[in-house]
Design a protein around this ligand. Structure first.
Ligand code: MN3
Length: 383
């Protein structure tokens, strides 16, 4: 039986993880849960899954919860790290959103926990440090993201030296067919209508800019120790093929499934086993066609920024991520326009003085500074 801590249990990935736990009571048990501030839902989760401890990012809300229940309630980032390090836990599901997720992953690895990773910032900003710690502590890092789960499955039992190319599929997001002009007037409401996947707000906006795909390129680079030059993106609007690996003998392996995050989440938790699933079966004859297009780097400059940042390495991906995080936050709050997102990221990357082999503290420092600077620029362009 695997004992889990779920960081971000009230979010989209967190609640779906709990559904899987509920459906596989003999496989998984919950030991720790954390939320940003949704204590109403957390309370329900505590009653149902009976963890030994929880953490709430928001200190006031944590105090509020303490009066209500009789298990340990921790707070702040320190509290989240405590849940990631719980003695009773062997696997940490990190479904936090944002760079706040980096430290808990690293602390969990140092405490010999296996990681099921949904938090993108962990590998985007600190990939080299994280992969080193994974090796040093001899633990498993399983991707939860559908694309990386697909690549992992295509590579199962293969030698990475036999791989010619990894192709990550992208739905293209809600603005796939938008002209630049249409994008100028795009609203947060419109961007939140994703055609195939149902996800949290931040990642849905990242899908509209294709930044999400950019992050996935950087993650794939670290997960599979694979050069950027051989990682491609193809637009595949139906989101049935989740990624593709081409080998040197020109054989191509792809992984397919309905766009349902419960499938890759469950595999990340059950690996190396496969378990029965409540998810809907893929019915190929129901799908009229599977189509593929080249991504347009001109309309979606965030994708290009991600390649650039990844290839530059060092602190550049942290700059990409920090500027994006703040820009998306302000776009969601209707403070800036859709096309301001790439403008802000480009500006912050251009200005940045690269640190080549940064320590974790240097990365987190850059993260903080870039966020502050991005906010300063936004204050000037707000209307
Ligand atoms: Mn994905």
């Amino acid at each position: 039986m695997k004992k889990l801590s779920i960081l971000g249990s009230t979010g989209s990935i967190g609640t779906q993880t709990l559904e899987i736990v509920k459906n596989n009571p003999s496989e998984f048990r919950v030991a720790g849960l954390t939320t940003n501030n949704n204590i109403e839902l957390l309370k329900k989760q505590i009653q149902e899954f009976k963890p030994i401890a929880v953490a709430v990012m928001d200190e006031e809300k944590a105090d509020f919860l303490k009066g209500d229940i009789n298990i340990n309630v921790y707070s702040g980032i320190g509290g989240i790290i405590k849940i990631a390090k719980l003695n009773e836990v062997d696997t940490v599901v990190n479904s936090l959103v944002g760079s706040i997720g980096v430290k808990p992953t690293i602390e969990a690895i140092k405490n010999k926990k296996n990681i099921a990773l949904a938090n993108k910032e962990t590998l985007v900003t600190a990939g080299s440090i994280v992969m080193e710690e994974i090796k040093k502590n001899n633990v498993n890092l399983m991707p939860i993201d559908s694309e990386h789960s697909a690549i992992f499955q295509c590579l199962n039992g293969e030698d990475i030296n036999d791989v010619n190319k990894i192709t990550i599929t992208a739905s293209g997001g809600p603005f796939r067919e938008f002209t630049k002009k249409q994008m100028e007037n795009a609203t947060a409401k419109g961007a939140l209508k994703h055609p195939t996947w149902s996800m949290g707000d931040k990642i849905t906006i990242d899908s509209a800019t294709l930044m999400n795909k950019g992050f996935e390129i950087i993650e794939a680079h670290w997960l599979y120790n694979f050069p950027y030059e051989k990682i491609d993106v193809v637009i595949h609007p139906q989101s049935i093929i989740h990624s593709i690996v081409e080998f040197k003998d020109k054989s191509v392996i792809a992984q397919l499934g309905n766009p349902d995050m419960k499938i890759p989440i469950q595999y990340a938790l059950s690996y190396p086993k496969r378990l029965d699933s409540i998810s809907r079966k893929l019915n190929l004859t129901e799908i009229k066609n599977l189509s593929f297009e080249k991504p347009d780097f001109e309309r979606f400059p965030c994708l290009k920024f991600a390649y650039d940042a990844g290839k530059e390495g060092g602190t550049m991906p942290a700059v990409l991520n920090a500027a994006n995080e703040i820009a998306v936050q302000h776009f969601l709050g209707n403070k800036i326009k859709f096309l301001d997102i790439p403008k802000l990221i480009g500006k912050m990357m251009q200005r940045h003085k690269l640190i080549k082999n940064p320590s974790l503290n240097e990365i987190l420092d850059v993260d903080k500074k870039i966020k502050e600077e991005t906010k300063k620029i936004i204050r000037k362009i707000e209307y």
